[in-house]
Design a binder for this molecule. Structure first.
Ligand code: SF4
Ligand code: SF4
Length: 434
């Protein structure tokens, strides 16, 4: 099987051995009503309302949405719009914690007896793709006839530099993952489950082989350590040899992909009824005093999380949600940890220094590394000339924003940024021409 392309990146996973420390002491918790791909939630609380850990703050709104729960106990302080890292505004619920972390007394395990009950439970749990994608997991499981499912891939390919939160799931939450696998077998009728891990994680490979042991329907696939190995289409191809068609979904080739932490959280919800209220986050980067993994109540501000890690040893030049390849720059440390936050990086001024882009030298490296065979130079040219027809013709929408092209460009062209702008312009054009 030919490999999809990609790049070798330095791993810099110094926190891989860091057993997550639990953070509970917060001054404020902030819950934007968008923490998923899809429609924002509707707040269901008012200022002055008491809340507990696991109390519903925002109910799902439409098919592609996911409920949002409080990660702390306390009192709703206010509801007001907040600027998100993608430039949009959304309502956010602010909770003043009481420091007690009292669980909501109504929490109870869901009653699940069949596939529909399982899917509804996953929808109610507030779980979204926890590897960073944020796609509502319950929606992903709505595949109609479950006999369409030939393989379920558990994604343990944590390919971005620095990030080790999924590594900790594989090392620390094997029992949750095993329970999750049993649930997939019982309710989705999964006949083949493949846990995919890159070969640079030998301890994870051993842990995953141990939870798969004795079950012929569960296997571990060891993958090369190439970025972006964990990207859904790349993972499916390297694990099964199947190619997801353009515009299609993994289920179109009989596959469902679930991130390993997502799987562990599903098991925990079905067992306890406690929805998604906390997240293991890797905190790292050259400006961070004590890089580590932290279990953070969702809603904690980034400032509080960095302070928990010994604050900054140098003035950060840039703070990112996520890793250096696909991470999104954070404008304010008052922004919160979201459901899909798996890492926070603070880079010092040297690491964050902007680079001056030079003219393209037509070396072709950007095209050579693109996992989906795009030509970033052509995308940039078509976007620059405003030719939406060309952007469509050269499959701009396939760009997964992995950043490989920018990473290898000797001229330091801002290719992935241009691709994002081009995709947004193309999507708006297609919508207006429907
Ligand atoms: S064009 Fe898109 S998919 Fe291809 S390397 Fe660049 S960012 Fe990745
Ligand atoms: S890698 Fe950079 S310099 Fe080379 S062709 Fe692509 S944009 Fe031009």
């Amino acid at each position: 099987m030919k490999r999809m392309k990609g790049v070798k990146v330095p791993h810099m996973k110094s926190t891989g051995d860091s057993i997550p420390a639990r953070m509970t002491d917060l001054d404020i918790a902030v819950y934007p009503m968008v923490q998923h791909i899809g429609t924002p939630c509707k707040p269901v609380c008012r200022p002055g309302d008491p809340v507990y850990v696991g109390t519903l703050l925002g109910q799902k709104n439409g098919g592609l949405s996911s409920p949002i729960y409080s990660g702390v106990s306390g009192t709703v302080n206010k509801i007001e719009d907040i600027l998100l890292s993608d430039g949009r505004y959304a309502p956010a619920v602010y909770v003043l914690p009481d420091g007690k972390m009292t669980p909501d007394p109504t929490i109870a395990p869901p009653t699940v007896t069949d596939l529909q009950g399982f899917i509804h439970a996953v929808e109610d749990s507030g779980i979204v793709g926890l590897g960073g994608a944020g796609f509502p997991t319950g929606v992903k499981l709505h595949v109609g006839d479950s006999s369409r499912i030939q393989e379920i891939i558990i994604n343990g390919a944590e390919c971005e530099p620095y990030i080790t939160s999924d590594t900790r799931t594989m090392l620390d939450r094997g029992q949750d993952m095993q329970e999750g696998i049993r649930l997939l077998q019982k309710y989705l009728g999964a006949k083949k489950i493949i846990i995919a891990v890159e070969k640079n994680k030998p301890t994870c490979i051993r842990a995953m082989r141990s939870i798969a042991g004795g079950d012929d329907t569960v296997s571990v696939k060891v993958l090369p350590s190439v970025y972006p190995q964990g990207a859904e289409k790349v993972l499916i191809y390297h694990t099964t040899g199947k190619v997801v068609p353009e515009g299609g979904l993994p289920i179109d080739v009989g596959v469902i992909v679930l991130n390993c932490t997502t799987l562990a959280e599903i098991a925990r919800y079905i067992r306890t009824g406690m929805p998604l209220v906390e997240k293991c986050v890797t905190v790292d980067g050259s400006a961070v005093a004590s890089p580590m993994n932290v279990i953070v109540p969702i809603g904690a501000t980034l400032e509080a999380v960095f302070n928990f890690c010994g604050a900054f040893k140098a003035q950060p030049g840039k703070v990112l949600y996520g890793g250096p390849m696909m991470g999104v720059s954070v404008p304010e440390l008052s922004m919160p940890v979201l459901k899909q936050t798996n890492a926070l990086l603070a880079l010092d001024a040297k690491d964050a220094a902007p680079v001056d882009a030079a003219n393209c030298i037509r070396c072709g490296r950007c095209t050579n590394v693109c996992p989906v065979g795009l030509a970033p130079v052509s995308i940039a040219a078509a976007y620059g000339s405003g030719s939406m027809e060309t952007l469509q013709k050269i499959h701009t929408n396939l760009c997964m924003e992995c950043g490989c092209c920018s990473y290898v460009c000797p001229a330091k062209r801002p290719l992935v940024q241009q691709n994002k702008l081009a995709k947004a312009a193309l999507a708006a054009w297609l919508k207006s021409n429907r």
